[in-house]
Design a protein around this ligand. Sequence first.
Ligand SMILES: C[S@@+](CC[C@H](N)C(=O)[O-])C[C@H]1O[C@@H](n2cnc3c(N)ncnc32)[C@H](O)[C@@H]1O
Length: 218
Amino acid sequence: MNSDTTSEQSHSMATMATMATTAGYGEAAAALVEQYESVTFEEVHREVLQLFPSRPASVLDIGAGSGRDAAALAARGHRVVAVEPTAELRALGRRIHADQDIEWVDDALPELTVVRGQERRFDLILLTAVWMHLDAGQRSAAMAALAGLLATDGQVILSLRHGPVPEGRRMFPVSAHETIDLSRACGLDVVHCSERDDPHGRRAVTWTYLALRPTPQS
Ligand SMILES: C[S@@+](CC[C@H](N)C(=O)[O-])C[C@H]1O[C@@H](n2cnc3c(N)ncnc32)[C@H](O)[C@@H]1O
């Protein structure tokens, strides 16, 4: 890596730090919804399908986007809260999945002020393609928030995106290693870790899937 590359990277990291986590989503919402809905819940979560609850459970889908996963989980009989901070995505998601009983909430990581204020606990917390929007301090705070929202025998399933940052978005490099360290510090154990290609077929993009559960108390 030469010094130009290094200074370009630190410049873009500095720019990222000033952007909103949701940068680029509102203006592109219609096209993004079409993209998100072009793949199924089963395709996206192929690596972890066996980990989803088989009995009716309370689910928190954070960064729900178009509501593809929230709708699939509601259709399976789960009680689903969909957190989505981008107003345009929330409105479109509500409309296209109006046939499913989904509670849409305007809230955002890392604070999750609204959901945490309700003092609820969830059997499953899902974060699909969201974690990379948070900087290091936000990821640390967000992991603590997730641990506090999880039922004693609950589970967090999250995917980490690796690859180039689309123009106008705020994304940081994220790794399984760092995420596992953060989760352990919050009393969560890793019960699944796998890698996969991109469900949308982008060759430069790959994913890590993690599932986390509270460390059993002895
Ligand atoms: C790549 S999209 C993924 C959407 C959906 N989960 C899916 O898999 O199709 C990332 C989503 O994270 C949301 N998001 C961005 N910043 C967020 C934050 N701080 N808290 C929660 N969601 C956030 C965006 O609005 C967007 O809906």
